[in-house]
Design a binder for this molecule. Structure first.
Ligand SMILES: *Cc1c(COP(=O)(O)O)cnc(C)c1O
Length: 392
């Protein structure tokens, strides 16, 4: 979804200016009126907003809310692949043409969400995944023959480059990344669920970012809620958190720059982060309507936390709630704790912490994880034709 005359992210405009909820529709499709879809897909994935008294007390924030997308039946969270990438996959599939194969480059969570969703709908998908992320590629029902998992030598960025080559061929279409409005408005349901549950927009929104698309989505959803009139008139400040030592957006933001340059990150640091899903080298940061513009509109900050504080946050959260977080969600929680300790957050403020994934131990117990067979292992230097040959 691009405009050939304007460089920048297209944004959706919906007929319905009032926030409305359709509880009869499945999962996140309860927010149908603010999703760019005309049909729904049966799914149980939906963000769930809740509080935890002990954690609120520990961090000194009585109005701290968690919006969780993952598997935790005890709080009503039923995203079967354990991450908020399901919020992107289902709306994308509701819009996708049925005649082409969808191509997804993924460091793990997106590929797993699309694999499960396409297994349910029968849509064809090619998943290009770095060989180091193959362990995170599983489904909870056996993956159909319409799912083609390709292991790519190198890292996430190599998988992205190969997917771009394949998408230039007939019969293959990219899932679209940040430019896909279905992905952004799907992620925006996190803010919608928070506002529905709390009854107002939060003062601040915290999320761990690799591409930052979730931050852009939170800004866009907040603008709609402000227009509604019942949820407040100020945009939530965005607090986006990266995982040290790989922090391109944090570094560029601290320089006050709209552009990420080579000095903002080192490729070798990708291998040492706790959360590999946060290692995107080419995020939609400087593009009009992207992360930089979202930050300028909302205020807030981009910060960074190291592996050990993320692991400590994982332990605190699991001890209090019994939920094992995705490493990225633990990074976000660590960022919140850091901001609270530094006095950046006032005690009376309403905070939403987007917990973007978790519940993997229970998924194993309740549903079972079935590894997806690798159709082929290829070099990232493959041409589109070589890759198409392999796919036959
Ligand atoms: C993809 C992902 C993120 C990062 O989201 P972006 O908004 O695209 O940067 C955070 N947490 C989890 C669990 C993810 O899968």
């Amino acid at each position: 979804m691009e405009c050939c005359n304007h460089f920048g992210l297209l944004q959706t405009v919906y007929q319905n200016k009032q926030f409305s909820v359709r509880p009869e529709l499945p999962g996140l499709f309860r927010y149908f009126d603010w999703l760019p879809v005309s049909e729904t897909i049966p799914t149980t994935a939906c963000p769930i907003t809740f509080q935890n008294k002990n954690i609120s007390k520990t961090v000194g924030l009585p109005n701290l809310w968690f919006t969780f997308t993952g598997w935790a039946p005890e709080i009503g969270a039923y995203a079967k692949t354990g991450s908020f990438k399901e919020l992107e996959a289902y709306p994308t599939l509701s819009r996708a043409p049925h005649t082409q194969s969808i191509v997804v480059a993924s460091a793990g969570n997106t590929g797993r969400a699309f694999a499960q969703a396409c297994t349910e709908t029968g849509a064809s998908v090619v998943l290009l995944v770095p060989e180091t992320s193959l362990d995170s590629l599983w489904t909870v029902t056996p993956a159909g023959p319409n799912i083609k998992l390709i292991a790519v030598s190198g890292d996430y960025s190599d998988a992205i480059r190969l997917s771009e080559k394949l998408c230039a061929s007939d019969g293959f279409v990219s899932e679209g990344g940040a430019k896909n409005v279905a992905r952004r408005d799907g992620m925006g349901t996190v803010m919608l669920n928070a506002a529905e549950t709390i009854g107002r927009l939060p003062n601040r929104y915290f999320q761990a970012v690799g591409s930052g698309t979730g931050g852009i989505a939170a800004w866009e959803a907040s603008k709609r809620l402000i227009q509604d009139g019942r949820f407040g008139s100020s945009l939530p400040k965005l607090h986006l958190i990266q995982n040290q030592p790989f922090t391109p957006m944090f570094s560029a933001w601290k320089r006050g720059s709209r552009d990420i340059n080579a000095s903002d990150f080192s490729d070798s640091s990708i291998a040492s982060v706790y959360s590999p899903v946060l290692t995107n080298r080419t995020p939609p940061y400087g593009i009009p309507g992207g992360v930089f513009d979202a930050m300028c509109a909302c205020g807030g900050d981009i910060s960074a936390v190291d592996n050990s504080s993320a692991k400590e946050s994982f332990r605190i959260f699991e001890n209090e709630t019994g939920i094992d977080l995705d490493p990225a969600a633990a990074v976000a929680f660590a960022g919140l704790i850091q901001a609270a300790e530094n006095g950046i957050v006032c005690a009376n403020e309403t905070i939403v912490l987007n917990l973007t994934g978790g519940g993997f131990k229970k998924i194993e117990e309740d549903l079972g994880k079935i590894p997806i067979d690798v159709a082929a292992a290829v070099s990232s230097e493959f041409s589109a034709n070589e890759l198409k040959e392999v796919l036959k």
